[in-house]
Design a protein around this ligand. Structure first.
Ligand code: GDP
Length: 304
């Protein structure tokens, strides 16, 4: 229900437009496909993914010779869900971490303003609610506000935090955080990193340095590199995904601000093009406004 509410804007616009495209039509013809193409583009799935979806629908039309216009939404859902990277929904929902991977280290990356800090706060709250001992690391030391906000979140959800303040060495914060995580028997360690894209080389160097110091304590750390993207920024989110996947090995995605956008198609396009699972979506500013991403549910809300 919350997802439906969160995606209302996306949903209304797609449904209304698709309804108009097939109104008075009995079969899916070129005109309907042209309309669909436009709707997909305006919903921000990106050109590559749009072309892929249209081709799949064309294949279905060709295979069956005839495709009933009223079936278009069902078939769209099937085809689009098939494009999205699998994310282990059942397991994620539990907010537990494997016994042999404790502390489970999540390094969070993304540019400023996308909702990185908020997402970390929400995740800390969920992991804590599932019985985990959670530690945060304020390694986004470039902005004073980032450190302060993370401290605020740690107080709000009542979890521990390692912070050295602004303009300190991010790698040294990461070092101390993982050290404390191991020595203090924490279950989950979540480390915020600087969201600067000023130069690719700097970003790459900074992130690999942070990784290297973590590995002094845990060989396979970080267990997860979570990229946070703002779902309302359309093509910017694609550009950021491209930059960050070049700079480091991104293993999962969180897409925020889907409550305020008609452009939820970003989720589909990015998941398809980068084949990185979307684990979480943000549907509001409050601590409870984080959802584990469910492919089928999302596609249902998107096209209904
Ligand atoms: P950061 O700079 O990436 O750490 O971004 P913040 O976490 O500070 O978030 C920037 C702004 O976006 C804040 O005003 C947040 O309340 C807001 N925000 C974050 N996630 C969401 C979301 O899912 N929905 C909405 N509507 N706002 C969000």
């Amino acid at each position: 229900e919350k997802l439906d509410k969160g995606l209302e804007k996306t949903k209304d616009s797609f449904f209304t437009k698709l309804g108009k495209a097939v109104a008075g039509k009995s079969k899916v013809d070129d005109e309907v496909l042209d309309e669909l193409e436009e709707i997909l583009i305006s919903s921000d799935v990106g050109v590559d993914t749009m072309v892929k979806i249209i081709e799949r629908i064309e294949d279905r039309v060709a295979r069956d010779k005839y495709l009933n216009a009223s079936e278009l939404d069902t078939i769209l859902k099937e085809e689009v869900a098939g494009l999205l990277a699998e994310n282990n929904y059942e397991e994620l929902q539990g907010f537990t971490v494997p016994q042999d991977k404790k502390p489970y280290v999540i390094m969070v990356v993304g540019v400023n303003g996308v909702g990185k800090t908020t997402t970390i706060g929400k995740l800390a709250s969920r992991f804590k609610a599932s019985g985990n001992k959670v530690l945060l690391g304020a390694a986004d030391t470039f902005r004073a506000a980032a450190v302060d906000q993370l401290i605020m979140w740690s107080e709000r959800v009542d979890v521990d935090i390692v912070s050295h303040g602004m303009n300190t060495d991010p790698a040294s914060v990461a070092f101390d955080t993982v050290k404390k995580g191991v020595e203090g028997n924490y279950d989950v360690v979540i480390i915020d990193t600087a969201g600067r894209l000023h130069t690719k080389v700097n970003l790459m160097n900074e992130l690999s340095k942070i990784k290297r110091v973590m590995q002094k304590f845990i060989d396979e750390a970080p267990h997860e590199v979570l990229l946070v993207l703002d779902g309302s920024t359309g093509q910017n989110a694609f550009i950021q995904a491209k930059e960050f996947t070049k700079a480091t090995e991104v293993t999962s995605l969180a897409i925020t601000k889907l409550d305020g956008t008609a452009k939820g198609g970003v989720v589909i396009g990015i998941s398809d093009q980068f084949q990185i699972p979307v684990k979480y979506i943000g549907v509001g500013e409050k601590v409870e406004d984080l959802q584990v991403f469910n492919r089928m549910e999302f596609v249902d809300s998107f096209f209904n």
